[in-house]
Ligand binder design. Structure first.
Ligand SMILES: Nc1ncnc2c1ncn2[C@@H]1O[C@H](COP(=O)(O)OP(=O)(O)O)[C@@H](O)[C@H]1O
Ligand SMILES: [Mg+2]
Length: 370
């Protein structure tokens, strides 16, 4: 067994205990955490507005939980000179929900939800009133007297959510809270959590490895890869204006075409001789001086027209009702196109020759993968 030493640097400021920072805001500054040689979190900075719903999205091992725990103040994080990991969780002012429901098995549902209130010194009718209100909020009216073992997984996760919400925290931290549930239940709870967020108004940081979940739930999504923050943006910004080739590839479907790059002044010209395509873009990103790069284009911006004289050929296609996904080959290049299907118009067939048209306005140029 190896023992790793954790090294931490950086700063988290959360507007919970401090009076000068805005209540419910979270800001993270150059946060780094090493486990031995592994950089679990690598120089991450981000700011979250009060009441915002932010998802931390990344594949397994990308550092989501470590970052969330650092924000929660587990680990030696200083909050304006105070080590907030010494502050008991019920006093930190935020709620936490994990994948495992972590309910107290010997306590009833009502007692589980009342627990954070009692730890805060509330007694009697006040507790009862808040518990009843919160049970209603998570749609578990009348379940208060049961034990956790008498509830389904989805219901237990709702109780965990209620327990985290009962004291109206300014900040709610959730680490893959729906990870253990089946698809249908997940989707239902995704909606419910969004509704609850609207009603309660807490700032939410929600960890998930599921891009659909992140995009459909969050106001903004932070994409992590190997501990590094790749991009923090609205779902639409991530989809339409991915900052890195990683994000472009990770979010949705993307074609990457090899292109020649020429940079002059503030502009970059990307050329694909094979496709007879030339795209000029602002050189806001760091690009290599000359040489090759990648042009990214979503399947919905690859247009196909049947043309017997064209050199591109359809390899495969899949019909999905409203759309047809079509894989085409042209020289050494393979591209996926998504075309909308209209009644009466024939579908593309394998072996068919097609002309490819790429909408240059919807492409992004990236430096070659490092
Ligand atoms: N307690 C620990 N000791 C050693 N390595 C750890 C520990 N916790 C996490 N790591 C490593 O840090 C990296 C990030 O882990 P984690 O934050 O759990 O990722 P995620 O939640 O995105 O799956 C991984 O490489 C993981 O193996
Ligand atoms: Mg995790």
């Amino acid at each position: 067994m190896s023992v790793s030493t954790a090294m931490v640097s950086g700063k988290v400021t959360a507007g919970i205990a401090t009076s000068h920072s805005q209540r419910g805001s979270v800001s993270v500054n150059s946060l780094t955490k090493l486990f031995g040689a592994v950089k679990a979190v690598d120089d991450v900075s981000l700011s979250i507005e009060p009441g915002e719903f932010v998802a931390l999205l990344g594949s397994s091992g990308s550092g989501k939980s470590t970052l969330l725990m650092m924000i929660a103040g587990f680990g030696d994080i200083m909050l304006d000179g105070v080590r907030i990991n010494d502050v008991p969780s019920y006093r930190r002012g935020f709620g936490m929900v994990f994948q495992s429901y972590a309910l107290f098995p010997h306590m009833t549902i009502a007692e589980n939800i009342a627990y954070p209130l009692r730890r805060r010194g509330l007694r009697g009718g006040d507790v009862e009133r808040e518990v009843t209100k919160t049970l209603k909020l998570v749609a578990l009216d009348g379940y208060g007297a049961r034990l956790p073992s008498q509830l389904s997984g989805g219901q237990q996760q709702r109780v965990a959510l209620a327990r985290a919400l009962v004291f109206r925290p300014l900040l709610l931290l959730m680490d893959e809270p729906l990870g253990a549930l089946d698809r249908k239940l997940r989707q239902q709870l995704q909606m419910e959590i969004k509704l609850i967020h609207k009603e309660v108004g807490s700032t939410i940081i929600f960890v998930t490895h599921d891009q659909e979940e992140a995009l459909s739930m969050a106001d903004r999504v932070a994409v992590l890869e190997r501990g590094r923050l790749q991009q923090l943006g609205t779902p639409r910004e991530l989809y339409e204006k991915p900052a890195t080739a990683f994000v472009a590839d990770f979010i949705g479907e993307m074609n990457f075409l090899p292109v020649e790059l020429r940079q002059s002044g503030g502009e970059v010209c990307a050329r694909s001789p094979d496709l007879g395509l030339e795209v000029v873009q602002e050189a806001s990103q760091v690009l290599t001086s000359g040489g090759g790069g990648l042009l990214a284009v979503r399947p919905e911006y690859v247009g196909l027209t049947p043309d017997e004289r064209a050199s591109a050929i359809v390899l495969e296609s899949a019909y999905t009702g409203t759309n047809q996904s079509v894989l085409v080959q042209m020289g050494s290049i393979r591209l996926t196109a998504r075309t909308s299907v209209s009644p009466g118009r024939p579908l593309f067939q394998s072996g068919q020759r097609v002309r490819i048209e790429i909408d240059a306005a919807h492409t992004r140029v990236f430096p070659p993968a490092s």
